[in-house]
Ligand binder design. Structure first.
Ligand SMILES: Nc1ncnc2c1ncn2[C@@H]1O[C@H](COP(=O)(O)OP(=O)(O)OP(=O)(O)O)[C@@H](O)[C@H]1O
Ligand SMILES: [Mg+2]
Length: 257
């Protein structure tokens, strides 16, 4: 819980909900939808409940359980949303939790599973399935929906990484054969997949070089059609590997996190 609270605190820093006691388990009654508990879509447990139910939640994370890890992550997500331990940000921390658990349980080697997009695309069904667990005990339908989400998003991630690989391979050829490209420009190009937005000071630092040399490398990649300046300013310019970012964002227009 200490880790979850600390993560929640960081997650809400500077974004919606930042004034609603980030990192602190609520000590008051909350509700979802409506203007008061009486007309709400869902009323989470009373304010004295979280400490006890969260310790049960935590015990389940650490307990031995023969269920597959993805199923356990799905159960933990619905439980967290049902407990609604924070005044805001329960959705965001609950979605992050799934990805972090799958990494912790070694189903993922990196926290790469962007479930938010699936829940956003199917928001009505997502809410309906959560409520059906609470009202009808329909865990199976929830898990069906959740596992479908994991499979869909995983397939999309594989397609994205394949496309990005193809894109970078094609651009690498273009860069290598472009006039004016020197070793430093190639080195900069190889850094772009993990750092698709760069500035001149960053290049100086990352490639341990001088300002003029960094500037030439950026110019060479601009000329090769890989980097594009994004601010339109004369100073503090920012360069983006636009084609890469575009592919990374494809289909995510609904997402805001
Ligand atoms: N009508 C509903 N029925 C059931 N669960 C709901 C409903 N509305 C919201 N939820 C759950 O509550 C979460 C929203 O809680 P909260 O506002 O604390 O978090 P958030 O991070 O701001 O959410 P989000 O980013 O999803 O809008 C949703 O993501 C969902 O899990
Ligand atoms: Mg909210």
């Amino acid at each position: 819980m200490r880790l979850l609270n600390e993560t929640h605190r960081l997650l809400l820093r500077g974004v919606r909900g930042e004034s609603k006691q980030p990192g602190e388990v609520r000590r008051s009654q909350n509700w979802i939808g409506g203007s008061r508990p009486g007309n709400a879509a869902y009323v989470p447990p009373p304010p004295n409940a979280p400490p006890e139910v969260l310790s049960a939640f935590e015990r389940y994370i650490h307990a031995d359980d023969a269920l597959p890890a993805v199923v356990r992550a799905g159960l933990l997500h619905v439980q967290l949303e049902t407990i609604h331990p924070y005044l805001d940000g329960n959705g965001r921390i609950g979605r992050l939790l799934v990805t972090l658990l799958l990494e912790h349980w070694r189903l993922l080697t990196r926290p790469l599973l962007y479930l938010s997009l699936f829940f956003k695309r199917h928001r009505q069904e997502y809410y309906r399935r959560l409520n059906a667990v609470r009202v009808d005990g329909d865990w199976e339908a929830w898990l069906d929906f959740f596992l479908d989400g994991v499979a869909t998003i995983a397939d999309e991630a594989v397609a994205t990484s394949r496309d990005l690989f193809t894109l970078v391979t094609a651009h690498r050829q273009r860069v290598i054969h472009h006039t004016g490209v020197d070793l430093l420009a190639v080195q900069l190009f190889e850094r772009l997949p993990s750092r698709p937005i760069v500035t001149a000071p960053w290049v100086v630092e990352a490639l341990s070089t001088t300002k003029p040399t960094a500037g030439r490398a950026i110019e060479a990649l601009e000329a090769a059609g890989v980097l594009a300046e994004t601010t339109g300013k004369k100073r503090d310019r920012v360069y983006a590997y636009q084609a890469y970012l575009d592919r990374l964002r494809a289909g995510t227009e609904l997402g805001d996190e």
